[in-house]
Design a protein around this ligand. Structure first.
Ligand SMILES: C/C=C/C(=O)SCCNC(=O)CCNC(=O)[C@H](O)C(C)(C)COP(=O)(O)OP(=O)(O)OC[C@H]1O[C@@H](n2cnc3c(N)ncnc32)[C@H](O)[C@@H]1OP(=O)(O)O
Length: 285
């Protein structure tokens, strides 16, 4: 069954109500490997209830509508979907516990052509249910590798950030654990691609891959550590393009540039010499 453009364009997302607990906030940070140096109190603040802080990138798991592309009514070949890009703007520092609401919508769908894929752009507002304040806007593109050539337009998404043409100002290596995806998924993304070797093999991967959003959270970790002295309130925007999958257990190298009061970055796997995150941009308060 081909991608159903009309059904997708008019997709009626349920409003997601979520009670975020400190336990959820800690579990998210553990899924990104925070607490690696338990003697570093600034890092520990993300995984310890006494003075707990939320990792700003946690916004991407809040008010999450689930892996809705799996619904047969979309017509999408869901096993072949990869996370293409992620954008985030934070308007208020994230709480560590709160009642929240997530409101999602489809922005547009681009047809990259037969054999290439379709890209679905969607976004979500995260709202504090008690104050009614908008805390963050989260947007993403889903690259549907099996659904190109459905007769749509190739509408361009937001232009990816350009990296400076010079050596990076900072390098930050982050080790992941072989069980990293198995921890990260407990924050709400249960796509079997990240846990089940048979599902991973059926769509062309040797073994389960790390969630794109886990790699994205590693970027937040690298920026907080390298540039912000772990001050969560300063990180107010984080955009990336996913260029290749990461396998749990790999070491991810972040190359970071300071540019116009912002940061630009990319991430690679030195052991395989492959760039996994590209066109990264981080914005600061
Ligand atoms: C449910 C899954 C969850 C996950 O978390 S999966 C893990 C995280 N995600 C990934 O690992 C994805 C890594 N990225 C890739 O594997 C590849 O990268 C893509 C398959 C997404 C695209 O690769 P290719 O088809 O070779 O791209 P091209 O030939 O360079 O460009 C074709 C068109 O697609 C646009 N494009 C390229 N990369 C992306 C991207 N990452 N997100 C959205 N669009 C992309 C380009 O601009 C261009 O467009 P134009 O034809 O109009 O010029």
């Amino acid at each position: 069954m081909p991608l159903d453009f009309d059904a997708l364009s008019n997709w009626d997302f349920e409003e997601i109500e979520q009670t975020l607990t400190e336990r959820d906030t800690i579990l998210y940070a553990l899924g990104l490997g925070f607490g690696e140096d338990p003697t570093d109190k600034k890092e520990l603040a993300y995984v310890y209830e006494d003075g707990l802080k939320a990792v700003p990138s946690m916004a991407v798991i809040l008010g999450y509508p689930g892996f809705w592309l799996r619904d047969p009514k979309t017509g999408v070949n869901w096993q072949k979907v990869l996370h293409g890009e992620q954008w985030l703007d934070i308007y208020k520092p994230l709480p560590t516990h709160a009642r929240l609401v997530g409101r999602s919508k489809i922005d547009f769908i681009a047809d990259k052509g037969e054999g290439k894929g379709a890209v679905i752009y969607q976004s979500r507002d995260i709202i504090d249910a008690d104050s009614g304040e908008k805390l963050a806007r989260v947007a993403m593109s889903a690259f549907c590798r099996g659904d190109g050539g459905f007769g749509g337009e190739n509408q361009a998404g937001p232009a990816p950030a350009v990296l400076p043409d010079r050596a990076p100002d900072h390098i930050c290596d982050i080790d992941t654990l072989p069980r990293q995806a198995l921890i990260y998924r407990l924050s709400g993304d249960f796509n079997p691609l990240h846990a089940d070797p048979d599902v991973a093999r059926s769509v062309g991967f040797d073994r389960p891959i790390l969630h794109g959003l886990a790699t994205y959270g590693l970027a937040a970790r690298a920026i907080l550590k390298t540039l912000l002295d772990y001050d969560s309130a300063r990180l107010v925007g984080l955009d990336v393009r996913f260029s290749a999958p990461v396998y749990p257990g790999e070491t991810v190298r972040f190359e970071i540039w300071e540019e116009d009061g912002e940061a630009r970055f990319r991430a690679s796997i030195p052991a395989r010499d492959v760039v996994v995150l590209n066109n990264g941009a981080a914005r600061f308060a």
